[in-house]
Design a protein around this ligand. Sequence first.
Ligand code: SF4
Ligand code: SF4
Length: 307
Amino acid sequence: MLYHALGLIYTYKCVAKCDICGFSCSPERQEKMNFEDAKRLIKEAKKSGIRLITITGGEPFLYYNEIIELVKLAHHYNMQTTITSNCYWADSYEKAEAYCTELRNNGARSIKISVDDFHNKYVSYENIKNVIKASKVVGLRLIVGCTITKNSMQLKGVLNSFEEEITNIGLYQYKCYPLGRAKEKISVDNFYYPKSILDDCSESGCILVTPNGSVYPCASMCGTIPSRLVGSIHNSSLDELICKASNNPHNKFICKHGVEAYLKELNLKNNDEYVDTCHACYEIFNNVHIKDLDNILERIHNNDKIL
Ligand code: SF4
Ligand code: SF4
């Protein structure tokens, strides 16, 4: 298993309180990564062969000066950075251009912005327009992420709200997971449950650190559960943690084969129950005791037909 990215969930604090938020972020949350720890991780990441630092939250721009220093540091070590934001700060074009310029000048590769019905309750589309325009003017790569439920506007509809030409922009649509606040606020029949989930384990190249320094083996929020915990940055070096995550037999297997074999062994259906592979992975590792999962993996390994 190869790790090419380090994900820093810099904070769970946010200016918004979106219904779809799987981490239940809000203005009341106070958890934030220690700045010195984040700097140390970036220095260590270079030695571990990491090429990309992703900074997410919560809303990382609440700590904008620290984020700029982290971007600068990653650039110094020849690593790229991408920062996720809801754009609350871009309430004028001038501000959007100033922030995008500073990010680009300090070496940020891209900014990923969250745009959908749910975020729009807290952040105006005018802010999004300002960032789309500014990122083009200053030459900062832009990625738009749109989270959807059955009743919400889909990415195509969201983009219709913008006059600007949507060119050279990375566009992604994500199905909302029934986790965190979304589990409380979104009705069960409003989540997308496809007929079968045979998609890959797509976020496995990124080792993820939460604000308190806990480390998880993939970039998906579905992997941030106790049974997937790799360790803590306060007890181990990043290299040790990457080594541990890479050598974990479950991580290795899922990265290569997905979770279908686990579902079969557990006699669970591969349809209607899960949003995607990551959600199935979450349900398996959140509900089945790890000792039982170890036994299941052993049985899977002994089955020549599967491997
Ligand atoms: S979904 Fe994004 S913007 Fe909304 S509360 Fe969560 S972190 Fe904040
Ligand atoms: S399938 Fe599991 S291990 Fe792979 S990215 Fe999703 S949550 Fe992480």
